[in-house]
Design a protein around this ligand. Sequence first.
Ligand SMILES: [Fe+2]
Length: 278
Amino acid sequence: MKILKKFFKKQMFHDITGFNCGISLAGPPLMTAWCFLADGILIDTGIRHLREHISDAIEKEHVTGILVTHHHEDHSGNAAILKRKKNVPVTGHSLTAKILKNKFRIKPYQHLIWGKSEPVMIEPFAGVIESESLRFLPIHTPGHSEDHTVYLEETRGMLFSGDLYLGEKIKFFRADENFEDQLRSLEHVLNYDFNMLFCAHNPVMENGKEKLTAKYRFLVEFYGKVKDLRGKGCSTKEIIRKLDRKNDRTVKLITLNNACFANMARSAIKFADKELSI
Ligand SMILES: [Fe+2]
C-alpha cells in the first residue's frame, strides 16, 4: 500500500530518548506511536511502516536490550528487525512471546495506519531487567490486551506504560478490551511510586501518577453510571444511548467499529452483570 506521508520525530525527555512515528493520509498523522530508549534499553519498537526511520535512528544508539509492552503492531512492529540489527534480546510477557512467534491477524485499518509485525522470538521475563544504571520491573497489566505489561523503572520512578494510560477521559475501547481487567490493572499499578509516565501515545513527564489516577477515577465513575443503570433494569442498548457522548465517531468510522464507545460500555456492562449477578 502506498503511504502518502511518513512522520518521524526524535525527542529528548531529560536523558530518555523518545522516537515518535506515524503516517498521514492528509493533515496530521494518525495515532502516532512512541518508543523510548533508556540507558540502552528500548521500550517498544514503533510501527512497521516507519521501519527504515526507526532502524536508522537506532543504528546510532547504544542498545543492550529491547522490552515489549504488548503484542499490538504499533508496539512490536520493528522488534524483529531491531533484534537482528542490534543482536540483542527482545523480552516481554510469556503471552506476548506466544503471540509474536507467529504472524497474527490485524484489521484493514491496522494495516493502513501501522503495518503488520514480523514474527519474532521473545524471551519471557523472569524478574527485574537491569541496564547499567536502571532497573525495570515488569508488571502484568491485562485489560487493554491480555498480555499487556508495563515496566516500572524503580531507581527513578519512571513508568513505561505502553497503552495503560492513553488519556484521562478515554472515548472508546477496542472490541477485545476488558473493562474489569483494566480497572484491576490500574489499581495494581497505582500501588507503586512513579512520576514520569512514558505512554506510547501520550507521554506525560510530570505528575504521571496523578494523571493515571485521574484515568482510573474516570473509569470508576463511568462504571458507577453503568452499574446504576443496569441495576435499574436498562438494556445494553439503552445504556449505550444514555451514556454515549458521541465523540468516538472518527475512530469508529476508520476502524469499522473495532474501536468505539459501545465496546467500552458493553465491557463495563459485562462487569456490572457479574457484580449484580444478572
Ligand atoms: Fe495497544
